[in-house]
Design a protein. Sequence first.
Length: 251
Amino acid sequence: MSDGTPADLFFDAAIGLLQRVREEEAEAITAAGTLLADTVATGGRLFAFGAGHSSLAAQDVVYRAGGLALMNLLAVPGVVGVDVTPATLGSALERVDGLASAVLDTSPVRAGDALVIISLSGRNALPVEMAVNARALGVRVIGVTSVAYASETKSRHSSGTFLKDHCDIVLDSKIAVGDAELTLDTIPAPFAPASTVVTTAMMQAVVATAAATLADRGIEPPLLRSGNVDGGHEWNGRVMREYGDRIFYRH
C-alpha cells in the first residue's frame, strides 16, 4: 500500500471504482433505467432483491425519499441482513437450491414486472435461480454483479452458470474478487470493502435515469418525498393512493 492514510486510500479506491462504472457502465445504466421506466409506464411493478450485504443496495431504493414509490423489496427470509442469528445462516441459505422458486411462487411478482437482482459474486444458487425463474415468469431481470467472479471462481449453482448469464441487462460493479480494496504488510488479510458504496451508487443512478426518462415522456415519476419536510406526508399519501396496487411494502 502506497503513501497516504488508510482512509485516504480507501476513498481513492472507491472514487476510482465509481469513475470506472460511470464511464464503462453508462450504456448499461441507461438501459436499466429505461427498462424501469418502460415497466412503470406499462403498468408493471418494480422489485429489488439482494442477499447478505448485497441486500443493502436493494433496500436503499425501497421506500426512499427521492426514490420511486413503486420499488418493492423482494425479501427472502433469513438472507436480507445480519439480524438473523447466527449471521452465517444467511450465507448458507444463499446456496440452497429451490429457495428462490419457493419465494417467487408466493410473491406478487408476475409477468410484465421488472426485478433487479444484486449479487456481488453472482455464483450462489439463490441469485442464479431467482433470475432463471423470474425470466420464466415473463419478468425482465437486471443483474448487478461483479463480472470478474465468473472468470475467477466456480459457480455454486447446479447449472454451472452465474447471475450474469440469466439477465436482460447486466451492470458490472467492477469489484475485485474478495471485495477488499486495501492491504498492509502488518495485516494478514486484505480489508476495506467497497462493494456497497459502488453498488448503491449504481442503483441510485439507475433510478435517477428511470425518473428522468418518465418525465421526458410526459409521465410524472411516482417519487416519494421526505417525511421530514413540510408537506412530505401529504405528498407521499397522494402517490401511494394513486399507485397503491403496485406498492407492496404497505400491506
